[in-house]
Design a protein around this ligand. Structure first.
Ligand SMILES: C[S@@+](CC[C@H](N)C(=O)[O-])C[C@H]1O[C@@H](n2cnc3c(N)ncnc32)[C@H](O)[C@@H]1O
Length: 274
């Protein structure tokens, strides 16, 4: 039943999603040009995909801790770096989209919840060399691999905090001079997602950007996403693939929501709707 609902949510997104040829908002059109339809290839992409491939081939054992509600470790399983690298990281297209988003908007103080092995962290941090990324990972063994990834790439602008979100997020936020950007990609359930959203809200400025991964993958995440979209402080939301992007810009007078896809994925839109 849940699987069927998931298919329905994805299918209706694909059906409804607009390309830049249908979008009238100048800000969203710029997002499409600079982020979704941007064809520039960056050297960092090659370096990070080599890193991902190396991780996927690494058969070294890893003790993975999983987390439940509160600060409970619900399970520790023996697995390998390769297994986690295959199933526990965002797709390259998400990393590259976040790179472009950051390269466009230039947030300086960035936070990520859920580091995994740090490939997506690096996509974001390398797009913001004048900024600082604070990333939080609860599983100690996973965090060790992430730190090794940051060292290999010689990334100097990442602060890796090992700890559970419930225990460390408040302190991380309190110490930041500003919260320009947050990527929430850890505990993919409704209540924790809404809790982290609410915790981050007091720190926003006009240009802050919040990004949520997997906004459609379960009914709970979908409900959390609908609640976030409806929040009075949220002015503009974009849904791209599985990712939800939130803006708080006062320039956005009326609340708007867009479901978007790169033009190359819906080529007919450009022929019929230009
Ligand atoms: C989906 S992965 C992150 C993927 C990564 N952001 C990327 O895009 O490749 C989620 C990570 O969050 C960590 N995590 C999940 N729940 C957590 C919690 N409550 N506290 C700290 N870390 C948590 C997991 O150990 C896992 O490594």
């Amino acid at each position: 039943m849940e699987k069927w609902k998931l298919i329905q949510r994805h299918a209706s997104y694909l059906w409804r999603a607009q390309t830049k040829y249908q979008v009238h908002s100048p800000f969203v059109f710029e997002f499409m040009e600079e982020v979704l339809d941007d064809k520039r290839h960056y050297y960092a992409f090659d370096e990070l995909e080599v890193l991902r491939t190396t991780l996927k081939k690494n058969k070294s054992p890893l003790k993975k801790q999983d987390f439940g509600a509160g600060s409970l470790i619900t399970n520790t399983k023996n697995t390998t770096i390769a297994e986690i690298a295959k199933y526990n990281q965002s797709h390259p297209r998400v990393g590259q989209m976040l790179f472009r988003l950051i390269n466009w908007q230039k947030p300086k103080h960035l936070v990520e919840l859920g580091t995994a092995f740090g490939v997506t962290t690096l996509y974001q941090a390398l797009a913001s060399l004048n900024g600082k990324m604070t990333t939080i990972e609860g599983c100690e063994a996973t965090a060790k691999v992430a730190q090794a990834s940051f060292d290999v790439v010689n990334a100097k602008n990442i602060d890796l905090i090992v700890g559970q979100f419930d225990e460390v997020l408040a302190d991380v936020l309190e110490k930041l001079p500003r919260l320009d950007y947050v990527f929430i990609d850890g505990n993919h359930r409704k209540e924790p997602t809404l809790k982290y959203f609410e915790m981050c809200l007091p720190y926003i400025n006009n240009d802050s950007i919040f990004v949520f991964d997997d906004v459609r993958w379960s009914s709970g995440m979908n409900e959390a996403w609908q609640t976030i979209k409806a929040h009075s402080k949220v002015k503009l939301t974009l849904e791209v693939f599985d990712v939800g992007i939130v803006f708080f810009r006062a320039e956005q007078k009326e609340k708007e929501h867009f479901e978007l896809l790169p033009s190359k994925i819906k080529p007919l839109n450009s022929l019929l709707l230009k």
